[in-house]
Design a protein around this ligand. Structure first.
Ligand SMILES: Cc1cc2nc3c(=O)[nH]c(=O)nc-3n(C[C@H](O)[C@H](O)[C@H](O)COP(=O)(O)O)c2cc1C
Length: 179
């Protein structure tokens, strides 16, 4: 019966990148909630274990684009990823731009993506490297904004998202609820 098929998922791989630690934090928190998930940086992924039912890709947004290492990971592993169910989340300040930020990844993985999510990020000005600091300074000056720390991190949303993933892995959601 269409719409009532369960998705049969058991184990998950969380692949992420993170320049300043927020996306790593989100990925870690998700792995604590999901429990039977392996967590790995995209740039450190090795070929030895590919036996996962679900791949969760976590990408930070910088200057309207996802971390380039995420695209590289997808390109390098595209044939394998095309056999998997994939969830994608990004961390960013402008959650409402999710569809813009995830457009390229959506074009790359298309039918394999069962769900996308935008979660709030953080910018700590003192942690920025030189280039990011100057670009951010310019951006805020041009837009007549103050150069302040920004914090959109929302643990409650992360926990809800983790519980949602767990439900998918436990076959508790019907297909039309998944996307
Ligand atoms: C250099 C830089 C550029 C950013 N550009 C954007 C952006 O274009 N849109 C947005 O919504 N958030 C933007 N952010 C916010 C980040 O997406 C957010 O801080 C994210 O949590 C960073 O992840 P990370 O700590 O794992 O590196 C930017 C942050 C930095 C540091």
């Amino acid at each position: 019966m269409k719409g009532l098929q369960v998705v049969n998922l058991k184990s998950a791989l969380i692949i992420y990148e993170s320049r300043y630690g927020t996306t790593k934090d989100v990925a870690r928190n998700l792995s604590y909630i999901i429990k039977n998930a392996h967590i790995c940086k995209a740039s450190e992924f090795h070929n030895n274990n590919r036996d996962y039912d679900l791949v969760i890709i976590g990408a930070p947004v910088y200057y309207d684009n996802l971390d380039e290492r995420i695209y590289k990971f997808i390109e390098d592993n595209i044939l394998w990823l095309k056999t998997k169910d994939i969830m994608v989340f990004c961390t960013c300040m402008s959650l409402e731009n999710k569809h813009i930020y995830l457009k390229k990844i959506y074009n790359m993985l298309n039918k394999n993506i069962i769900n996308t999510k935008a979660l709030g990020g953080k910018i700590i000005i003192n942690n920025l490297d030189k280039l990011d600091y100057y670009r951010m300074k310019n951006f805020t000056r041009i837009n007549e904004m103050a150069l302040n720390d920004m914090d959109n991190y929302d643990l409650k949303k992360i926990v809800e998202y983790g519980q949602y993933i767990k439900k998918i892995m436990n076959n508790e959601l019907i297909e039309h609820e998944v996307r």
